[in-house]
Every structure is written in C-alpha cells, then in structure tokens.
Design a binder for this molecule. Structure first.
Ligand code: IMP
Length: 427
C-alpha cells in the first residue's frame, strides 16, 4: 500500500514510535502530522535508545525523507536540540524538512501554558507545559507565527513585537506575572530561524508529488484518538487532531490519497494527566503494569496511570479512524499476571452501554464490565512468529480482534526493533 496513516488508539504512549520505526523501513517518506514536543517517541535500535519529540522516528534510517507537517507546532529551540543530539550520536538529519505552514512555539506560549494550568487549579488538564495549547490557540485565533514568517527576519521581528505586546497585556493584566522583553527573546530566536531556514519547504506539494510518483508515504500521528481535540475526552485532550483525518489536514493531502489506516494500541491502557479513565487500576496490578512497562512519561517523566484494555474505547477509535489494522504493543508487560481482564462494555446507572459517551459526567460515572481470561507465565520476548506465543496470549489477541473487528497484524513483545511479530505485511 503506498500511503498508510499510523494513529494512536488510546490516550497516547501506545508505542507508535517503535511501530513507525518498524514500518519506516519500507517507506520513502515519513510525515509527522500533529502535536509538538508534548509527544515522546522512544525507539531502541541495536541496544541504543533514542527519545524523539519532534523529529519523525524515520530519521534513524539514513535514506528516508522525514517531514514535519503543517499540522505540527514546532518549538525551534527543542528541535535544534534534538537535531544536535541526533548528529552527535551519528544519525544524519540532512533528510529532514519542515513545512513552511507549521506554527512556531515561542517562549510566551510556554509561560501561558503554565499560567493557564495554574489558574485552573483543581481542574487543570495536566498539560506537558510545553506551550502546545497556547500555540494552537494562536493558530486558530489567526495571530500565530508560521515557519514561513519565522524564517523571514523582517516578518518575524514585526510579528514577534506585536505578539509580545499582546501577551504582556495578558501576563500582567490577567495572570499578574512579569511580561516578556522582545530584545531578550529576539537574538536567540533569530539564530534559530537562520539555522532552520534551509530545512523549511512547502511540504504539501512535496508529499503530493511523492504520492503521484508511487512512493510509499507513512503518516505518523502523535498522541492518540482519546486526546483528540474533537473526538477525545474533551477538555482533557491535547489541542490538535491525532485522529487519522488529521493526517490530511496536517500534511496537506486529500482524503482520497489515504490508502490504509493502522491503529496502535497497547495491550493494556495508560493515561498521563487528568481526565476520566474507566478501566484505571489503582492497585498492585496497575503498579505491576507501570513498573514492568516503564510507564513514565518520555517527555515529563510523570508516572502514567495504568489499566485494563478497554474495548469500548477501542471500538470507538476503530470507528473514528476507520482502522484497517491494529498493531498491539507491549504484550510482554502482561506476562506473569494470573488473570487478565478485558472491558467489553460500561455500566451506567444500572444500564449496560457499549458506545463511548461524549459527556465526561457520564464517562466518569461508568463502571467497566469485564470479561476474564487466563494469563500466561512464559517469557514471550523471544517470540518471533505468532505460533511462538503461548496459547493464552494468542487467545487474548484474538479476543481483542473480535471485540474491535480489526485484525492485529503487528505485535510488540519487547522494546527492541527485533522484538516484534509480523502476522501480515501491510505496507
Ligand atoms: P498538552 O498536549 O501538553 O496540551 O497536554 C494535554 C493533555 O494531553 C495532557 O493530559 C497530557 O498529559 C496529554 N498528552 C500530550 N501529549 C501526550 C503524549 O504524547 N502522550 C500522552 N499524553 C500526552
């Protein structure tokens, strides 16, 4: 299939980085289409661990073109830091391009993120405080600065002066904190702008041309369906569109150019930050998942909340994204549990519901209806074919396939590139 969108099925952190890295082997072009450095992708290659936030995981292959699409918000300081780090570890970044339509995160966005979270008090979203929400807010309010303006010194100077004046009114008047000084910010950001300028291109036409030429394009989403600003557990969401349709908007291609969509789900569920989570476990089993799965945020280091696989949310993600395939990651984390549970429905005020509710009040009051299955005790990290898995692990996967109605074509049995089972080549 020439074009494939890879999307998170849950609340992010599904292990998309590893699957992107795996699929990128076959791709010519890898395009990141949403989010910013709120994301964190951990990829392990030949025992070396890479933590990427902005640069698509495909960068680890020397011959692949990687694009940061217009739907991404780019913190130039973080991006340059990431590029320097990759280069220092022997990874060439010469094949990276950034869309001229991508918006830029500036220091006032980070401070605003923090001030807004503080002001929300108990109702804080638990953002990553990387300025993501405020940068998207400016984009939609039509006051943002895009890469196109950022790399034009005259434009950038004018836009930055205008925005700092406006944000300072907010900082001082609303939040009661100090304002920012244009002259303090400008010199370093002009340096960043000069450094990034050669990488900035009109990415949409480039991606469309590649598709016309029959090249394989992999669209890589950040975060997950349940964090989508439209389809997620609003307002406990991020400010972008991680869903598959976000790939069209965030890369500049029409929907008819997308051939297939693959959803990545963890074999259990995790969530960072606030918001409802019906299958959350606040007991020893949740702790077992957290410690075995290394469930601490790649970006913020926060412990992730852990829980059983939720097939209600899973079915919802299948529908919202029109998933063709599933990749199920971290199956090995469940090894050693005597009994596994799968949430097949919710109980709300005594009634059984099977649709994922829009109302947070309803979702918060939902109790999971569980089905139990026997676990497995065998180490599965060396399994390389489906048949190598213990029967109970296979049953668990097959039950998820049945509940979601989508085939699980890739299974992750460990963090390494090679710790993967491919049941069907789809890209
Ligand atoms: P923001 O994207 O920093 O505004 O954070 C909004 C919500 O999305 C918070 O609950 C974050 O914890 C969550 N979030 C943002 N990015 C990620 C991610 O890459 N993985 C998991 N959660 C994320």
């Amino acid at each position: 299939m020439p074009t494939l969108v890879l999307v998170g099925v849950q609340w992010g952190d599904e292990g998309k980085g590893k699957i992107t890295d795996f699929l990128a082997r076959q791709a010519d072009l890898i395009v990141r289409y949403n989010g910013g450095n709120n994301a964190g992708h951990t990829v392990v290659v030949a025992g070396q661990q890479f933590k990427l936030h902005l640069v698509p995981s495909g960068i680890l292959y020397p011959d692949k073109m990687c694009i940061i699409g217009n739907g991404v918000v780019v913190d130039p300081e973080v991006l340059i830091g990431e590029l320097d780090l990759l280069e220092s570890r022997g990874v060439s970044t010469s094949n990276l391009r950034i869309s001229s339509r991508a918006h830029v995160i500036l220091p006032y966005h980070r401070r605003l993120d923090f001030c807004e979270e503080e002001a929300k008090g108990e109702n804080r979203i638990g953002t990553t405080c990387r300025g993501i929400g405020p940068a998207y807010t400016d984009k939609v309010a039509r006051t943002g600065i895009r890469m196109a303006e950022f790399v034009d010194e005259e434009d950038f100077r004018a836009c930055l002066a205008r925005n700092i004046a406006q944000k300072n009114r907010l900082f001082q008047g609303v939040f009661g904190v100090a304002g920012m000084d244009l002259e303090e910010i400008l010199p370093s950001y002009l340096n960043y702008s000069r450094r990034l300028k050669p990488l900035v291109v009109d990415a949409g036409p480039l991606i469309n041309r590649a598709i016309d030429e029959g090249k394989k394009v992999l669209f890589e989403g950040a975060q997950g369906t349940l964090l989508d600003v439209d389809h997620g557990t609003y307002p406990y969401v991020t400010s972008s569109s991680p869903v598959a349709a976000g790939a069209c908007v965030g890369a500049g291609v029409g929907p008819t150019r997308i051939d297939r969509v693959m959803g990545v789900a963890k074999a259990y569920v995790t969530r960072v930050g606030g918001g409802p989570f019906p299958t959350e476990l606040k007991d020893a089993t949740g702790e077992y998942m957290r410690s075995r799965g290394g469930e601490y945020g790649t970006t913020t280091g926060r412990p992730r909340r852990c829980g059983w696989f939720d097939a209600v949310a899973g079915r919802y993600a299948v529908q919202v994204n029109s998933l063709d395939y599933l990749a199920i990651t971290k199956l090995d984390v469940l090894t050693g549990l005597h009994t596994l549970r799968l949430c097949t429905a919710y109980r709300y005020k005594g009634e059984v519901i099977t649709e994922f509710p829009a109302s947070l009040k309803v979702l918060e009051a939902c109790e999971p209806v569980y089905e139990e299955m026997p676990g497995w005790q065998e180490d599965i990290t060396r399994a390389r074919s489906y048949e190598d898995l213990p029967a109970n692990a296979r049953r668990y996967i097959e039950r998820i396939e049945e509940l979601l109605g989508v085939p699980a074509v890739i299974l992750g049995v460990g963090p390494g590139r090679e710790e993967t089972i491919i049941r069907r080549e789809v890209f």
